[in-house]
Design a protein around this ligand. Structure first.
Ligand SMILES: C[S@@+](CC[C@H](N)C(=O)[O-])C[C@H]1O[C@@H](n2cnc3c(N)ncnc32)[C@H](O)[C@@H]1O
Length: 266
């Protein structure tokens, strides 16, 4: 059932038009977006979600903006248990995290499976902006990679990463770091995951420096359709490469998208 249908007896037609059709779920926490015109109705909406979905224990409202270099989108509790910590299950792995202390979106789960499918036997994979570990742990658990390096600058993301590595029993395959990605210079990785779309361009050199010749970089960025060429030119200017694929992996606003541009370092 979508949110508009769910709220059809509680909101009028104008209000229903303003309401988003769906919400994200991270573990047992439902994350909703409330337009400012509906702030007076946010508790009613939250209560209805809580009553309807038995696997939801908390309903939170997402802030409009994502903050700072750690890319945290704060949430406010509207109903249910007073916690922002969630244990999320995705693609066969468990991820514990605090929504107010780390970046996490369940919307990339299919994209993470796509990346997993491209990992080859004996690959050395470097996930330089790994958050709480959704790519790195998935790859360590289900691919034949030889080794996974997982790094994030946010100390809270690192704390949850260590916990999640243990929880998923992949300690032997993952090495975790809490550093600036720019501190890595010559990793010579077969696959480099660069999931920092907001600041992607400033880390392009880091991607080239740490990928081996013939290796593949998963380079995430934000762009409108008409801006994609520009992003590709930036990549080509940063080093010798061949563009392998351009994958649209979700919208971030009207007409704007998160892309993964896969490229091969030559
Ligand atoms: C868009 S999030 C992606 C997280 C993760 N890959 C995921 O899919 O959930 C970007 C991450 O980069 C981290 N970050 C920001 N600047 C960094 C830097 N200079 N070095 C390493 N990590 C950084 C942030 O803390 C954040 O967790």
């Amino acid at each position: 059932m979508n949110l508009k249908e769910l709220m059809k007896n509680e909101l009028n037609e104008k209000e229903l038009l303003l309401l988003k059709r769906s919400f994200d779920q991270v573990g047992s926490v439902a994350q909703i977006e409330i337009p400012k015109e509906l702030i007076g109705k946010e508790k009613v909406i939250a209560k209805k979600i809580l009553e309807t979905y038995k696997n939801i224990n908390t309903v939170v409202k997402k802030d409009d903006i994502t903050l700072g270099e750690y890319r945290i989108r704060p949430v406010k509790i509207l109903a249910g248990e007073k916690t922002t910590i969630a244990l999320h299950k995705e693609n066969g792995i468990f991820l514990n995290l605090d929504l107010n202390k780390v970046f996490f979106t369940p919307r990339l789960s299919n994209e993470r499976l796509r990346v997993l499918g491209l990992i080859r036997k004996n690959d050395f994979v470097a996930d330089l902006f790994c958050g709480v570990g959704p790519y790195a742990i998935l790859i360590a658990k289900f691919s034949k990679a030889r080794k996974v390096l997982a790094n994030d600058l946010n100390p809270d993301a690192y704390k949850y990463l260590l916990e999640n590595v243990k929880k998923n029993k992949v300690e032997k395959k993952i090495e975790c770091f809490n550093k600036d990605a720019n501190d890595f210079k010559r990793l010579s990785a077969d696959k480099v995951i660069m999931n920092i779309p907001k600041f992607s361009e400033s880390f392009l050199k880091t991607a080239f420096n740490n990928c081996k010749k013939g290796g593949r970089v998963f380079y995430y960025c934000f762009a409108r359709d008409e801006e994609l060429k520009e992003r590709i030119n930036e990549i080509k200017k940063a080093g010798d490469c061949r563009i392998l694929k351009k994958v649209k992996c979700g919208d971030i606003g009207p007409g704007a998208y998160r892309w993964c541009i896969d490229f091969k370092k030559l």
